[in-house]
Design a protein around this ligand. Structure first.
Ligand SMILES: Cc1cc2nc3c(=O)[nH]c(=O)nc-3n(C[C@H](O)[C@H](O)[C@H](O)COP(=O)(O)OP(=O)(O)OC[C@H]3O[C@@H](n4cnc5c(N)ncnc54)[C@H](O)[C@@H]3O)c2cc1C
Length: 319
């Protein structure tokens, strides 16, 4: 074991869950490494304005990420960003990861916080207008559409429930769904169908977004006739599924059928010394605050695991 490259704990992912875990671990004097594939901050950096993080009235995602990063660095955490893991061994007592520069790092415990991504329509204009009228989160952005006319894309429980919740803000909500029926619970369908602010365009799909600085209209294709019509809108909310970034962990830790990591109330996975936190774990609500809460619990449980490991020198059952 190379002592320089040995850490008490490695955190994989530097979104709010990973950065919080890094802050707690390094503040409790554990030698901590965070490795992150992209820019530090995770999905937070995609957010122009965060208005629901307690204690901070309005802040950009970039600024909030920088504050969290500074806090972690201040306590001695090492952060390697824009790097990826090429191989790992997590079933032995000494955990090991290899990064794309070929260097091996070992640790007594690992917290995985790789987050996830919303499924996108992948049509023209989507990347350009993301966060400029196109949203994937009603709780995060609903308030920005007060008295506006918006479109919700999707036909599952999330789409219908979020469409109803968006009527608190929007003056009109149009649900666009590709099939002639919804794939949702009957009560969710009934609630949406009976809502005076909700309209439906069935058996249709979006084919293009238009707008310069913010969304102005969309093209909607009737899937029965093939006819494309332009539709004016102030915003589009897409709820067509969520993909956890856990492909690289398949077969290594227990996951549910959606690829979300299964954890207990201590954020421990089924593998001793392996914890997970944030949007990648099996849970219903995904926010910065929930990721921060998960990261805190995972770090405290990891500290306890490492303490027991060091005092008893035996792998500790965590699940
Ligand atoms: C556009 C948008 C707006 C949002 N607005 C709000 C809001 O206003 N308020 C709110 O509370 N929430 C908001 N959210 C949700 C919030 O950002 C997420 O719930 C939160 O960021 C999840 O944190 P996380 O740390 O679990 O994962 P993420 O933020 O997804 O971070 C995961 C990190 O892990 C890295 N990673 C992934 N795989 C690997 C790997 N194999 N190796 C190393 N690193 C890896 C990723 O690059 C990323 O940096 C928004 C989300 C989006 C997309």
């Amino acid at each position: 074991m190379n002592v320089d490259n040995h850490y008490d704990a490695i955190v994989v992912g530097a979104g709010p869950a990973g950065l919080t875990a890094g802050i707690y671990l390094s503040r409790s004097k554990l030698k901590t490494l965070i490795v992150n594939e992209g820019t530090v901050g995770g999905q937070m950096v995609l957010t122009h304005e965060i208005a629901n993080y307690p204690g901070v009235e309005n802040i950009s995602g970039y600024q909030l990420s920088n504050i969290m990063k500074k806090q972690a660095l201040k306590f001695g955490c090492v952060i390697k960003s824009n790097t990826s893991i090429t191989s790992f061994e997590i079933h032995t007592q000494l955990k090991q990861i290899t990064l794309d520069d070929g260097v091996n790092y070992t640790a007594d415990a690992i917290i995985f916080t790789p987050g996830g991504r919303s499924r996108t329509l992948n049509i023209m204009g989507e990347n350009r207008l993301k966060g400029r009228g196109i949203s994937y989160c009603a709780t995060c952005d609903g308030d920005f559409f007060t008295d506006k006319e918006i479109v919700v894309v999707g036909g599952g429980n999330s789409a219908l429930e979020e469409a109803v919740s968006l009527t608190k803000y929007a003056s009109k909500v149009t649900i666009v769904h590709q099939f002639d029926q919804f794939q949702a619970f009957e009560h969710a369908v009934e609630e949406a169908r009976n809502h005076p602010k909700i309209n439906f365009i069935m058996e249709s799909t979006l084919t293009e977004y238009y707008g310069d600085d913010k969304i102005e209209s969309i093209d909607i294709k009737d899937l029965k006739t093939g006819k494309i019509s332009n539709f004016k809108t102030d915003g589009v909310f897409i709820f067509i599924g969520y993909i956890p970034n856990t492909e690289f962990l398949k077969g290594s830790v227990e996951m549910n059928t959606s690829g979300e990591i299964v954890v207990n109330s201590d954020m421990a996975t089924n593998v001793a010394g392996i914890f997970a936190a944030g949007d990648s774990v099996a849970k219903r609500y995904r926010q910065i605050t929930t990721a921060v809460g998960d990261g805190t619990i995972a770090a405290l449980a990891t500290s306890n695991y490492i303490h027991q490991l060091k005092t008893t020198n035996k792998p500790v059952l965590t699940h």
